[in-house]
Design a protein around this ligand. Structure first.
Ligand code: ZN
Ligand code: ZN
Length: 347
């Protein structure tokens, strides 16, 4: 089959690779219908995490073509969502739906290490299929299904962990797909006022159309702009959806005392400096989150199905998998208004 392979920094190609095989009797093989490119894939692309030989792609929907003997809940022919965040599927944490708490080998991310090839490919092997695959309800579109594998759960979880009280002022930093869905989640959770910060005019315009107040981060210090907009207080809740030192610092500087900063941006810095006394004296809560993707589906699917959450369309680019190298480059360079890329692995 064909799959995207990372060859080095800013160098990916579509290669002929061996067809995937079952990870074990609890595994399944999913023929990929659509897979999307995500900001976190860029850490491999840009060489921030070592990745030569890695096969990326963790936002995947497809059709089950093979299951192991121990798989009971999923059958060949099922159209499925794939949770990219996976655990052993058997321990207490996994059985509670949260692979982050897996003690049977620990949490892993599909396409996140060389040993677990991802879904920018024609097919993908998923371990513990009963735990990490979900048949897609008929009335969930392919676009929404792909978004339910990461961007929507991550945006949603960012908001649920930001301690948003009804009427609260929420700041969202970073208006890529995850930030936009965090913004929409904050609305569902009852935020009164939403400030939305980014540097890209089209993204600010999108947030404004969704009802947020745009803050152009190119126009001076972000935290100063937030304080000016909030009578000097800062935001009750801040969601950081970029993953850079500068935006994480801005998030911490923008929260009001006794407020919460909820971080889902993937910062590759192992030594980020935190001004502990400032957080301590101001009673700031700081949370970092990897979304327990599968655990969010029972909440998000009904919200979407019944129109309480209408995910804004973020797929600016739809292309054949064969053009993946161009897709990665366009997305990494943010050229051509690129917000999110959807690959069709049949082409
Ligand atoms: Zn992702
Ligand atoms: Zn487990």
């Amino acid at each position: 089959m064909r799959a995207v392979v990372v060859n080095g920094t800013r160098d990916v190609s579509v290669e002929k690779v061996a067809d995937p095989v079952l990870a074990g009797p609890d595994g399944a093989i999913v023929q990929v219908t659509a897979s999307a490119l995500c900001g976190s894939d860029l850490h491999f692309y840009e060489g921030e995490f070592p990745a030569v030989g890695l096969r990326p792609g963790h936002e995947v929907v497809g059709t089950v073509v093979e299951v192991g003997a121990d798989v009971g809940r999923i059958a060949v022919g099922d159209r499925v969502l794939v949770s990219p965040v996976i655990g052993c599927g058997r321990c207490a944490g996994c059985r509670a739906g949260n692979p982050i708490d897996c003690v049977g080998g620990g949490v892993r991310v599909l396409g996140g290490d060389v040993g677990l090839p991802g879904g920018h490919a024609e097919a993908v092997a998923v371990p513990a299929a009963d735990a990490w695959l979900l048949p897609v309800p008929e009335d969930v579109s392919v676009d929404h299904a792909v978004l339910l594998t990461d961007a929507l759960p991550t945006g949603w979880t960012a908001a649920t962990r930001a301690d948003i009280s009804p009427g609260a002022t929420v700041l969202v930093i970073g208006l890529g797909p995850v930030g936009l869905y965090a913004l929409q989640a904050a609305q569902v959770l009852g935020a009164g006022r939403i400030l939305a910060a980014d540097r890209v005019p089209e993204r600010l315009a999108m947030a404004e159309r969704l009802g947020a107040e745009p803050i152009d981060a190119t126009r001076g210090d972000l935290a100063e702009q937030v304080r000016a907009a909030t009578g000097g207080l800062g935001a009750d809740a801040v969601i950081e959806a970029v993953g850079q030192d500068a935006t994480l610092s801005a998030a911490i500087a923008s929260v009001r005392s006794s407020g919460t900063v909820s971080v889902v941006g993937v910062d590759a810095n192992f030594a980020f400096p935190i001004a502990v006394p400032l957080l301590l004296i101001r009673n700031v809560t700081l949370r970092f989150t990897t979304a327990p993707v599968a655990a969010t589906w029972p909440t998000l699917i009904p919200l979407i199905r019944y129109g309480r959450l209408i995910p804004v369309d973020v797929f600016t680019h739809r292309m054949p998998l064969s053009e993946a190298a161009a897709g990665y480059r366009t997305f990494a360079d943010r050229t051509d208004g690129c917000l999110k890329v959807l690959f069709d692995p049949t082409r």
